[in-house]
Ligand binder design. Structure first.
Ligand code: FDA
Length: 503
């Protein structure tokens, strides 16, 4: 049961939250984590915890009647999506007017659903986006700490050259090389030894069985197996699932009281509870943490929150696109769900792009090369409080995505020209070649040094902290979770040392 008071509370169980809970637990601080999603450890009727992409059921998505997969169509056919029963599934797509944001729901947050790519930004770009953070410390201490805690590993490059499951990546690499572009291997938190065994047929398949975005039954070192397991192992951390924090109230004595809504997995509200704490850590992700503080400020609960709360949100420049492969450039029907290679054109002076070579794990030859391009898009969105729905609404207009398309187009026009290939126009529901109406990488809303001090302490309030992706000002130039983890490691170390956080 939920206690009435806990010295420390962490909202969410994603990267920032998991780091925070582990370090608090190691410091002996009793800590409650509140997570609105489920704990994913019980097999369903088919004996599996998660469903795959090809036959999604209610476990796939967070209270939807039909799945909303990123690849909306194939040959313009609506084959990717299926009707499902509304349920507390693992992947949410939050649809705002001009932008849809994918997020993970459950113990482990985004780590349950993501592509496991564990990439550090180029140091020069890190210094550009977070100039007040000491980059020597980040690259010397906190990135290595994060990589170790996350269990990052590297692909066997000799195996990569001959295996079946990355033929799709080799086909894309060939096209990039013909254009004079560099490719780079991408470190991962998916266990590449397990993946090798999947291909050899000695273990049950996961990444090779079209498992990604709706969870992986094997191979993935998600946070429940790394940081959160370690946090629980300290004996000081507990996790409450299907508990959504709705409101944050400050008492006269400076402590915080949370209004928490407990539901069942079908969405029935079971009770509304109160939990008080001295030290409150927000790790609900860019959407979740930002909404909590926008709501608290604009309903007058925490009126001293600054105007910077809700500002500085970005998509990490995400654009998805496909190229049509020549008939002789087959990828084969087996594509690993976990990417392992990226095209690195980040040093391009006009249009920096890091394009990860993404699989189409359809189980058949698609003659398509898919990419998630991460671009440098200076446009930023912001959140406003909508009283009618008691929620924060993202303000992002479609034209703000244009710089991302321009950058991706400049790179892939070159690749198509050098290879005499064309774009695929059948993948995104209509005839567009570039899909930038969604992002996997929501960042910002409570930007470090703006809404908080340089260590995530919320301006205007004591003992209130932000620890997740909302700290990052809209862009990391690569996939963001290693940076979110490393920044949380840095900030929580400082907070525990300086702010007297104890039982
Ligand atoms: P995160 O979003 O992980 O966790 C927040 C948690 O808080 C969630 O569990 C949520 O349910 C919970 N929560 C929210 N509001 C709450 C409330 N009010 N009360 C209680 N709980 C609440 N990145 C990368 O580096 N490499 C990759 O390969 C990929 N691939 C990828 C694929 C897909 C499909 C997605 C959706 C995302 C990725 N990402 C990625 C992005 C990465 O997963 C993301 O950046 C991080 O998970 C963000 O970590 P945070 O700690 O900010 O929050």
């Amino acid at each position: 049961p939920l206690p009435e008071y806990s010295p420390a509370v962490v909202i969410g169980t994603g990267y920032g939250a998991a780091v925070t809970a582990l370090r608090l637990g190691e410091a002996g601080v009793p800590t409650v984590m509140l997570e609105m999603g489920q704990l994913w450890n019980e097999p369903g009727p088919d004996g599996k915890v998660f469903c795959d992409m090809l036959k999604p059921d209610r476990r796939s998505m967070w209270f939807k009647k039909r799945t909303e997969a990123p690849l909306a169509s194939f040959l313009w056919l609506d084959v990717a999506n299926h009707d499902i029963d509304p349920y507390a599934g693992v992947l949410d797509r939050v649809n705002y007017g001009g932008m849809s944001v994918y997020v993970g729901r459950g113990v482990g947050g985004g780590s349950l659903v993501n592509g496991a790519m564990a990439v550090q930004p180029k140091r020069s770009y890190f210094e550009e986006i977070l100039p007040r953070v000491n980059a020597d410390e980040m690259y010397g201490k906190y990135y290595p700490r994060a990589n170790a805690g996350l269990g990052v590993n590297h692909i066997d490059e000799a195996w990569f050259e001959t295996c079946k499951s990355y033929q799709f990546a080799r086909v894309s690499r060939k096209a990039a090389q013909k254009t004079g572009l560099k490719t780079t291997f991408v470190p991962s938190v998916y266990d590449f030894d397990y993946l090798k065994k999947e291909e050899a047929g000695t273990v049950e398949r996961s990444a090779l069985a079209s498992e990604v975005i709706y969870g992986n039954n094997h191979g993935k070192r998600s946070l429940d197996k790394t940081y959160l397991a370690a946090a629980l192992g300290t004996g000081h951390v507990t996790i409450q699932t299907l508990h959504e924090v709705r409101e944050i109230i400050q008492q006269q004595d400076g402590t915080y009281t949370l209004v928490v809504r407990e539901s069942d997995a079908l969405g029935n509200v079971l009770s509304t509870k109160h939990l008080s704490t001295k030290y409150l850590f927000l790790g609900a992700g860019s959407l979740g943490s930002t909404e909590l503080l926008v709501r608290a400020r604009d309903t007058g609960r925490l009126p001293r929150l600054s105007e910077a709360v809700g500002q500085g949100w970005g998509t990490n420049g995400n654009v998805m696109l496909g190229r049509a492969n020549h008939v002789w450039d087959t990828t084969g029907s087996l594509e690993a769900g976990m990417p392992a290679l990226g095209i690195d054109d980040w040093d391009n002076p006009t249009h920096p792009v890091f394009a990860e070579i993404a699989p189409v794990p359809a189980g058949l030859e698609t003659w398509a090369s898919l990419y998630l391009a991460i671009t440098k898009n200076p446009e930023r969105g912001h959140f406003t409080y909508d009283a009618a729905s008691d929620s924060a609404k993202l303000q992002w207009s479609p034209d703000q995505g244009q710089p991302s398309i321009d950058a991706a187009k400049s790179l892939f026009d070159r690749i198509n020209k050098a290879n005499s290939t064309i774009y695929r126009y059948d993948l995104f529901g209509d005839t567009r070649a570039f899909e930038n109406r969604f992002t996997y990488h929501p960042l910002g809303g409570l930007v470090l040094g703006e809404a908080t001090d340089d260590y995530g302490r919320v301006k205007g309030y004591r003992n209130l902290y932000v620890m997740d992706g909302s700290l990052i000002p809209g862009s990391t130039g690569v996939n963001p979770f290693v940076t979110i983890t490393a920044l949380a490691e840095r900030n929580i170390e400082r907070v525990i040392a300086e702010d007297g956080v104890r039982a």
